[in-house]
Ligand binder design. Structure first.
Ligand SMILES: CSCCC(=O)C(=O)COP(=O)(O)O
Ligand SMILES: [Mg+2]
Length: 261
């Protein structure tokens, strides 16, 4: 087995979700189709609720910022003129959400709505989050060795908590010391990692970030964060240069903590 030694200065392990702790297939084949199939009905049922109105305001603001993009879908402001107008607005939000999802966009607006929609499915027990089998044993071991474990995903903090709270391994939320999402900044921007370190109260070089996306790994590395790229079944392939440049692991069990036995 390949072993990757964790530098002695590392005290925090920061984990991506999709493609790192959790199969991309679970996200693409279960989580995302749930949104596409249910978004219209969800909006019709929850339209009057404050949380839903906040989600729509955020989506509308994002749609304005996106107006210069090819194929962008605008969301008109409410005119308050009857049922037809409401149905037109709902359809515009549905089309906007589907357009964003067709590009796998990671906007805070889209991720916030998705998190709110998944809540019902997770709480009803009709959806359970999948984790690779090495994840839970490794995280337990790291914590026993004194490491802090944080999550940084484009999925909203609320969605992250749903996944960890309702997994095929049971409720594993207690294994996580804290969560970050795109509210702190995007994962391909170095500044996000500096803000995460500052929020945890450590230096960036005390963090080891595990992700499947090399652009995220590069951004973290630019901020002086240690990184390893996680290679999992179903993940996007890496170029030869990326394979040479980055430390690669295929399982969390390949990480060796000098402080553990
Ligand atoms: C709580 S994660 C749900 C999956 C998701 O929406 C997503 O965008 C995953 O992105 P990641 O940053 O974890 O690769
Ligand atoms: Mg990922």
């Amino acid at each position: 087995m390949v072993v990757l030694s964790v530098p002695a200065e590392v005290t925090v392990i920061l984990l991506d979700i999709e493609g790192t702790t959790t199969p991309i297939a679970f996200v693409k084949d279960i989580l995302f189709p749930y949104i596409k199939e249910n978004v219209k009905e969800y909006l019709q049922t929850h339209w009057e609720e404050e949380e839903c109105q906040q989600d729509i305001s955020l989506l509308r603001k994002q749609a304005e910022e996106d107006s210069h993009l090819d194929g962008a879908v605008p969301i008109p402001a409410a005119s308050g003129n009857g049922a037809d107008d409401l149905q037109r607005m709902i359809q515009a939000v549905v089309d906007n959400v589907c357009w964003q999802m067709s590009l796998d966009r990671k906007t805070t607006a889209l991720k916030q709505l998705q998190g709110h929609m998944w809540r019902a499915a997770f709480k009803a027990g009709s959806m359970k989050a999948e984790f690779f089998e090495d994840v839970v044993p490794a995280v337990r071991k790291w914590r026993e060795a004194g490491m802090k474990v944080y999550i940084y995903s484009s999925g909203s903090v609320e969605a992250q908590k749903l996944l960890f709270g309702h997994s095929t391994e049971g409720d594993i939320l207690e294994l996580v010391d804290g969560h970050f999402d795109t509210k702190i900044g995007h994962k391909v921007e170095s500044e996000s990692y500096r803000k995460i370190a500052s929020s945890i109260g450590c230096s960036t070089n005390n963090i080891l970030f595990l992700t499947d996306v090399t652009r995220e790994a590069s951004a973290a590395e630019e901020a002086d964060v240690h990184v390893a790229v996680v290679v999992r079944p179903g993940n996007a392939g890496l170029t030869d240069d990326e394979k040479t440049y980055f430390s690669l692991i295929t399982s969390f069990s390949e990480l060796y903590l000098p402080s553990s036995t």
